[in-house]
Ligand binder design. Structure first.
Ligand SMILES: C[S@@+](CC[C@H](N)C(=O)[O-])C[C@H]1O[C@@H](n2cnc3c(N)ncnc32)[C@H](O)[C@@H]1O
Ligand code: SF4
Ligand code: SF4
Length: 392
């Protein structure tokens, strides 16, 4: 078992995010702890920030991490200027408001996870402390290294979800050699994550994912976000029944086949259900509860299936995250368009579900973010002009 992941969550001394953001209006931690690298090689501090620091195909990560642009993003976020920093205000931290949250959102609803300090004198443990100092001092030039490395392996995908604006027929992808060149960062990072597009559409991805585990750096966890459609039982056994299995976030935004098909515009529903069921059994075999999370993007057309999803998650013993839809979809985005559901009704129905979730043994997350998105909904369109997105 990965002892770092199993570190007691109640021990606040070991939890970086909890420790540093326990102040009024804390700035988002990402610019001090994270890098995001898209399939074209452009680098920023998170998938929802568009202030690119430069391109990994031309400039080493070390220089991008301390580039003028990265420093400017840190300066802007430190002073609460999220719009100037290139942030998307529908992100899980801002939740519809460029003002920034009065209190830090729960870590389980964020783009990245908590980082546990093993306090063992390792380079990783030292790096967590350096990130903490850099954040507390709002440094612009950093001596710490990224704790979270998030990569978009490809933009290709076998699905066509209406809410995903990626160019899925494009061949854009990160070469394996480029992804492998980041291996030295495993010494100081707590997480590497790969998403897409759909990473498993690539024939070379599985072997790469397996190779990337390194027993010399057991604290460095691997994680994949996937639509689950390529994850047959044999592949999952091969990936999971090992010393340090990767974590999976599997996306399925419905329980019924019909609702799934309307959102994801594929016929993969049965395959994804089977993948989640297999993952559930493998988790049980390993005596784990944390290896797989089901991600469910909440919108108008699947709102009435959320309760069913909670029941199914409970039956499988799989944690479930409700992620509010992002983007201007006037027929679906309840968190942006008040005409789709009255505020009181929406909050009441969410509160009912949240109450029920508390009775379950699995962890159901996302309620705080959805509530906040609804609370900020009415001011969203009136208070600020559109974000100006700098193109690379
Ligand atoms: C872009 S996908 C890439 C990985 C993989 N193809 C998948 O679907 O899981 C990453 C995550 O973003 C979610 N997502 C896509 N479009 C979204 C949107 N408009 N609002 C909120 N989440 C979205 C997906 O459901 C998925 O969980
Ligand atoms: S877009 Fe959101 S999550 Fe990303 S850096 Fe900005 S505030 Fe943080
Ligand atoms: S499966 Fe993932 S990458 Fe593919 S279209 Fe859907 S959200 Fe986008």
């Amino acid at each position: 078992m990965n002892r770092h992941h199993d570190a007691p969550e109640g021990n606040g001394r070991m939890c970086l995010y909890r420790r540093v953001t326990d102040i009024p209006s804390p700035p988002c931690l990402h610019p001090w702890s994270d890098v995001w690298i898209n399939a074209a090689g452009w680098v920023s501090c998170c998938p929802q920030n568009r202030m690119w620091w430069g391109n990994l195909r031309e400039t080493p990560l070390e220089r991008l991490w301390n580039s003028d642009r990265a420093g400017r993003v840190r300066r802007n976020i430190a002073s609460g200027c999220y719009q100037e920093a290139g942030c998307d205000r529908e992100c899980p931290y801002l939740r519809n408001s460029f003002q920034g949250p009065a209190h830090a959102p729960p870590v389980l609803e964020l783009i990245n996870p908590e980082f546990f300090d093993p306090m063992d004198g390792s380079d990783y443990s030292k790096n967590i402390k350096e990130v903490e100092t850099a954040y507390r001092e709002r440094q612009e030039h950093l001596t710490c290294q990224p704790l979270f490395v998030d990569l978009q392996t490809t933009v290709r995908c076998n699905s066509d979800c209406f809410m995903c604006q990626q160019p899925h027929r494009d061949e854009m992808h990160l070469p394996i050699a480029l992804m492998e060149s980041l291996a030295p960062y495993r010494a100081t990072a707590g997480f590497f994550r790969w998403q897409g597009g759909e990473s498993f559409i690539r024939k070379d991805f599985t072997a790469f994912l397996e190779r990337f585990d390194d027993p010399d750096h057991p604290h460095c966890r691997r994680s994949v976000i996937s639509n689950g459609s390529f994850l047959g039982a044999e592949l999952l056994k091969r990936l999971i029944l090992v010393d340090r299995p990767p974590f999976f976030l599997i996306s399925m935004d419905a329980v019924s086949e019909e609702c799934y098909r309307n959102i994801r515009r594929t016929t993969n529903h049965a395959k994804v259900m089977t993948a989640l069921e297999t993952l559930s059994q493998l988790q049980i075999t390993l005596g784990r509860t944390d290896l797989v999370t089901w991600n469910y993007v909440v919108m108008k057309s699947n709102f009435s299936e959320m309760a069913l999803a909670m029941d199914l998650a409970e039956r499988w013993g799989i944690n479930l995250n409700f992620a509010p839809l992002q983007g201007k979809y006037p027929e679906e985005n309840l968190f942006l368009f008040p005409e789709l559901m009255d505020r009181e009704e929406l909050l009441l129905r969410l509160a009912d579900m949240e109450d029920r979730a508390k009775e379950l043994r699995v962890r159901i997350t996302g309620f705080s973010g959805m509530r906040q998105r609804v609370s900020n909904r009415d001011t969203f369109r009136s208070d600020q002009p559109e974000t100006i997105i700098p193109t690379p």
